[in-house]
Design a protein around this ligand. Structure first.
Ligand SMILES: Nc1nc2c(c(=O)[nH]1)N[C@H]1C(S)=C(S)[C@@H](COP(=O)(O)OP(=O)(O)OC[C@H]3O[C@@H](n4cnc5c(N)ncnc54)[C@H](O)[C@@H]3O)O[C@H]1N2
Ligand code: MOO
Length: 403
């Protein structure tokens, strides 16, 4: 059985051929959630001119003098034509270009009435106050959003500031999800509701993929039909369930029939041990996720999303380091990826009832990585992956539980 690190290396080595480079150009307004296929550089200095940051007077200092002769008004969007001599000032509004050699005094620090020819300031200001200088935020040519970034509202805003009106993005990968199992969506005492389908719909939509979804019962013909339909059009076929040791675990035996070769089956991780990855000569991938809902959540983040990244310019989920809220040791035998929440004081691993415990997982913010034998003291950093599409702190409710 592969270690987690070996599985990660095998995923990184996958080659999806020409599918990796499909790009389209779309308006910024429609680009949220898409992955950028080019660097966006700013086409001018930012700010583009020395910009007043307060409403008041731009004064040209003259020794200790506190009275200035008013030469005019400059509002945002206009420019003061001409130069100020020492002892002169212009009325200026926030966002307007400050004339050369001036310092801006806020209106509250002046004595002034409309129609007056001079303005008095209540102190002798330092040179160059309350001005955002041309180029102090960025210089023309600086890259502000890099290729491979999933575009969020802040990126779109800075891209617009950089002068972009559209962006080259990777085309949406097509992902076919086939949930499996007679019990799923059925009726009767042993039936269960489909939680994996909605989970993958949401995760993949947040990642900018086109999702098609089907369900197949544990019947060879039905599963083969669903998978063949999926294989015809998808970049990645994802199944949930049916990859372990049960008599109805039919997924592995289907690969040959679809023209896929196994890259790996089973990884030394919890949850998600029976995960299966396969590849086809035309660049399509097959990922069999174990059926337990938390296994789906974990293996989607650990294996499916890095695989999807091959179609998205190498995009990958970003792990961060977060201090543990209290001492913690992992004495299990598998590399554990445990739901955990970010709280005041640090990262708190969930107390869960195993990989079927979706409720505990939804009441968390992401996954903490706990290698075999790992021991943490409170404050030690741990690797943490926020759930895709989730806002930290907006957790589902964990009901009271009896121990
Ligand atoms: N003898 C062994 N048994 C099991 C092993 C093993 O190594 N030896 N591995 C266990 C591990 S670990 C996992 S994980 C599970 C995964 O098994 P499968 O991928 O074959 O999944 P299923 O058996 O089909 O389902 C597991 C569980 O999840 C429920 N499920 C399935 N689909 C959905 C859905 N769409 N929504 C909600 N819940 C779903 C299903 O009813 C089962 O309860 O195998 C262990 N067994
Ligand atoms: O590896 Mo399985 O997902 O623990 O139950």
């Amino acid at each position: 059985m592969l270690t987690f690190e070996e599985a990660v290396r095998a995923l990184a080595a996958l080659d999806v051929g020409a599918r990796a480079t499909r790009v389209e150009r779309i308006p910024l307004a429609r680009a949220r959630g898409r992955v950028l296929a080019e660097d966006i550089a700013i086409d001018q200095d930012q700010p583009g001119f020395d910009r007043a940051t307060m409403d008041g007077f731009a004064v040209c200092l003259d020794g200790q003098q506190r009275s200035f002769r008013i030469r005019g008004v400059v509002t945002a969007g206009t420019t003061f034509e001409g130069t100020l001599a020492p002892g002169e000032a212009v009325r200026i509004m926030t966002g307007a270009p400050a004339p050369a050699e001036t310092t801006v005094v806020p209106i509250e620090r002046t004595t002034f009435e409309e129609g007056q020819a001079t303005v008095e300031v209540d102190h002798v200001p330092d040179a160059g106050r309350n001005v955002a200088w041309r180029g102090e935020d960025a210089h023309a040519g600086d890259v502000l959003v890099a290729r491979g970034t999933r575009l969020a509202p802040a990126h779109l805003s800075v891209a617009a500031m950089a002068g972009a009106v559209d962006a080259a993005v990777f085309q949406r990968p097509v992902v076919s999800v086939v949930t499996t199992g007679d019990e799923v969506g059925g009726t009767g005492a042993a039936a269960i509701r489909d939680s994996n389908g909605p989970l993958l719909d949401g995760l993949l939509d947040a990642l900018g993929a086109d999702v098609q979804r089907r369900h197949a019962r544990d019947d060879e013909g039905e599963l083969a039909g669903a998978l063949e339909d999926a294989a015809a059009s998808a970049d990645i076929i994802v199944t949930t369930g049916g990859v372990s040791m049960g008599t109805h675990d039919l997924v592995p035996s289907m690969l040959d029939r679809l023209g896929f070769e196994t890259v790996f089956h089973k990884v030394q991780v919890q949850p998600g041990k029976p995960v299966l990855v396969a590849a086809r000569g035309d660049g399509a991938l097959f990922i069999g996720l174990p059926g337990n809902p938390v296994s789906v959540l974990a293996t989607a983040h650990l294996f499916l999303f890095p695989a999807l990244g091959h179609f998205l310019g190498g995009w990958a989920p970003r792990w961060i380091e977060v201090p543990m809220a209290s001492d913690y040791s992992h004495d299990g035998r598998r590399h554990l990826f445990l739901p955990a929440s970010i709280e005041t004081g640090g990262l708190r691993p969930a107390s869960w009832n195993g990989s079927g415990d979706l409720i505990a997982a939804a009441a968390a913010d992401g996954l903490v990585e706990l290698p075999v034998g790992a021991t943490f003291r409170a404050g030690d950093p741990a690797r943490f992956l926020p759930y895709i599409g989730h806002s930290i702190g907006e957790r589902a409710v964990l009901p009271p539980r009896q121990r």
